[in-house]
Design a protein around this ligand. Structure first.
Ligand code: HEC
Length: 444
């Protein structure tokens, strides 16, 4: 024992050193039983059971994490409910605005976020970290606790602290006991530290300032590429100039007289809806009912039936029903009455005042007067304000749609008087029957 003459107000604590686990365990139990509170054990590796020997209570961190996890649950669910179902209702594909399964991924992430940060920062806070200096670090002998020695330090802050008694308690089974003086070095940070911190703080604003400038300044110079990736390649892009070809254009026309694989399309019936070898029309005469019968010399030889390449049977019609449901029903409605979801929405918004043209009913006399070839042409290339669907729907599927439209026309136009007596006849709604603009209502 040394330094016994020191006053207890000048010392940080008393340190006892032990050479093995048993030594420190025994000493810990003694200190615990003597009722000391401000003390700690320092070991080079985790010692099982030492928390029990020291009388350390289990940490409350898991409960805090649980609490914050539950908070995350409420915040995650609440946020989604507030944004999607309350403050800004947004209907997506007719799904409910509020439904638990859809909200689980985000809720899960928020729970993880809250509890992970709580676990990390809570651990630091409960351990009073970061702890930048400790008077024990000044002791030469104490350094051995990171290698092969075990130490206990009872601090003088402990209300029961009594130098002689603590020294005696720690002395049992110990290799050495010494007092640890309080740290008298200045707590203030060195002046250079302030300087460097100030410079770094100022420098940290530079990227922000550059980003801010980038939003307003214009420059002729190309952007600086830190990692060029594959941005610059020895190739010509579409619609660019290149002096390598005599005409100065990088793009080439297809070689004359060649056709890309699968692009031949020499089946006029299948691809154009007209008789083989006849002129391929650019558009359909709009009012079929008016002009349909007026077969002039320039009237295309539209196909009345179906191309030889397709077989009209039940699967074909079913295919047509599905394709129609995907591509046409949004506007023309499932029953072909022109009251699709888009048409309804447009009526609700009174979109006609912006020039909205409602989709037509497909079982009208006019639509019935089109030949199959004309219907196919409309499905492919559109008509008037309606766009064509040849880019999305392959030719055979467009024919399937035509077959399905014929089926709609046959079923939806049944004469009410032909319906069985005991069946209540329900007229198919028309777009006029859902129109709101006349009633003076303005949208929702
Ligand atoms: C985005 C809405 C929309 C979709 C989708 C749509 N159409 Fe149309 N369709 C219209 C509109 C609008 C008109 C009327 C165009 C006009 O009068 O300017 C029209 C007109 C037609 C006509 C002419 C009817 C007549 O009496 O002259 C046919 C036939 C037709 N569509 C078939 C189809 C088929 C087949 C599909 C699916 C491949 C389809 N439409 C998809 C909006 C649509």
């Amino acid at each position: 024992m040394s330094d016994q003459n020191q006053n207890s107000s000048e010392i940080h604590g008393v340190v006892g050193y032990y050479s093995d686990v048993d030594g420190i365990m025994n000493a810990s139990r003694k200190i615990r039983d003597a009722g000391y509170k401000k003390w700690d054990a320092y070991t080079p590796f985790p010692v099982h059971g030492i928390d029990e020997a020291m009388g350390t209570k289990p940490t409350i961190l898991p409960w805090i994490v649980l609490g914050m996890g539950l908070t995350g649950l409420c915040v995650g669910l609440g946020l989604q409910w507030f944004t999607n179902a309350y403050d800004y209702k947004f209907l997506i594909s007719g799904k409910p605005t509020w439904s638990l399964p859809a909200n689980i991924p985000v809720t899960f992430e928020v729970i993880i976020l809250f509890s992970a940060y709580t676990a990390f920062f809570g651990m630091l806070a409960l351990n009073k970290l970061p702890h930048l200096s400790n008077p024990l670090h000044k002791l030469e002998r104490f350094k051995r606790v990171t290698d092969d020695k075990f130490a206990i330090c009872v601090e003088s802050k402990d209300p029961n602290f009594d130098l002689a008694r603590v020294s005696k308690l720690l002395g049992v089974g110990s290799e050495h006991v010494e007092t640890c003086p309080i740290d008298t070095t200045k707590a203030a940070l060195p002046i250079w530290f302030h300087g460097v911190a100030a410079i770094l703080t100022c420098a940290s604003f530079i990227p922000l300032a550059l980003a801010f400038k980038g939003r307003f300044a214009t420059s002729e110079k190309p952007q600086y590429h830190v990692w060029p990736d594959m941005d610059f390649q020895r190739k010509r892009k579409t619609q660019t100039a290149w002096e390598g070809f005599p005409d100065g254009r990088a793009m080439r026309l297809p070689v004359a007289g060649t056709v890309a694989t699968g692009e031949l399309r020499d089946d006029f019936e299948l691809y154009h809806g007209v008789a083989q070898g006849t002129a391929v029309p650019a558009s359909v005469r709009y009012d079929a009912a008016l002009f349909g019968s007026a077969a002039g010399a320039d009237r295309p030889e539209w196909l009345a039936g179906f191309p030889a390449a397709v077989v009209v049977d039940e699967p074909f019609l079913e295919r047509g029903r599905a394709r129609y449901g995907i591509y046409c029903a949004v506007c023309h409605g499932n029953q072909g009455n022109g009251v699709g979801a888009v048409a309804l929405r447009a009526e609700n918004l009174d979109a006609a005042k912006w020039g909205w043209v409602p989709p037509k009913a497909l079982h009208s006399d006019n639509a019935k007067a089109y030949s199959n070839g004309e219907l196919f042409h409309i499905a492919s290339n559109g008509i008037s304000t309606m766009a064509g669907y040849s880019a999305q729907v392959p030719a055979k599927d467009r024919w399937a749609i035509v077959a399905y439209i014929r089926a709609i026309q046959a079923t939806q136009a049944l004469d009410p008087s032909a319906a069985p007596q005991d069946v209540e006849f329900q007229p198919v709604p028309t777009i006029d029957s859902v129109r709101v603009s006349d009633s003076g209502a303005d949208g929702e």
